[in-house]
Design a binder for this molecule. Structure first.
Ligand code: SAH
Length: 233
């Protein structure tokens, strides 16, 4: 069996029981370690699983290059998919897990890995989890959207027309991958002061930072792990 398991946004207590039980039974858990030109970083996913009592010998780390050029990452996903297929062919009874942050069906790298595995004729299963933007809203309290309101999610990049339409709409706007659109967000905060602006970094992790103060947002350098939620109320 091949499972994509969602870990949730970072706080180990936000994993589902189903996901945890699947990790506990897994023979091998394919886990990304971000790498940059500075070398290997710590794997948030691995640290979280260790804190939940997952055994070191279950965790199979794989390097995931983090750069604007996506070729390195795509190559890493292909290698993982090949390894998963090879292992499943030689051990059909093995329970193999590929983990993903947040929900594995929401802007997740699992998509590339899954496509390769399925193309090789294997079926994959998917366990849902708490997406980061839902965890962000619960820090604010209240509804992300209510009654007839709509929610638009923008994954960091959009055309100028799409941005303008979003800010001028009455909708709640969720922006993922803040590092890709820092200038756009900072400009929009000045141009649309009637909107409420909420900013989140590293939610559920030790360096979590949250602010709803436009001035404070202007002073931040947005990391990749940031989300902006803009509401009309
Ligand atoms: N599958 C994930 C999203 C992956 S896309 C989910 O369901 O949430 C990666 C983007 O998710 C990041 O650029 C960031 O915008 C957001 N993200 C994921 N985890 C986060 C966290 N703990 N804190 C803030 N943003 C997070």
């Amino acid at each position: 069996m091949i499972y994509f398991v969602s870990l949730g946004p970072g706080d180990p207590e936000l994993i589902t029981l189903k996901a945890l039980h699947t990790l506990q039974r897994a023979d091998c858990i394919y886990t990304p370690v971000p790498t940059t030109s500075k070398g290997r970083h710590t794997s948030k996913a691995a640290e979280m699983m260790r804190s939940l009592g997952i055994r070191e010998e279950q965790i199979q780390l794989y390097d995931l290059p983090m750069s604007k050029d996506r070729d390195g990452a795509l190559e890493a996903y292909t290698l993982v998919a090949d390894e998963v297929v090879r292992r499943q062919e030689s051990e059909p009874e093995a329970l193999l897990v590929i983990v993903a942050e947040g929900d594995c069906g929401f802007y997740s790298s699992s998509a590339y890995i899954g496509e390769h595995i399925e193309a090789r004729g294997f079926t994959t299963h998917q366990l849902c989890g708490v997406p980061a933007f839902i965890a962000c809203n619960s820090l604010l309290g209240g509804q992300l959207v209510q009654l007839e309101e709509q929610c638009t999610v923008i994954p960091g990049s959009a055309t100028q027309e799409e941005w303008s339409r979003a800010w001028q709409s009455p909708h709640t706007i969720v922006v993922m991958k803040g590092s890709l659109c820092e200038a756009e967000i900072k400009e929009a905060i000045q141009r649309y002061p009637e909107r409420r602006w909420h900013y989140f970094e590293f939610v559920g992790m030790p360096k979590e930072f949250v602010t709803s103060d436009p001035e404070e947002i202007q002073g931040r350098t947005f990391p990749y792990f940031s989300i902006i939620i803009s509401k009309c109320r």
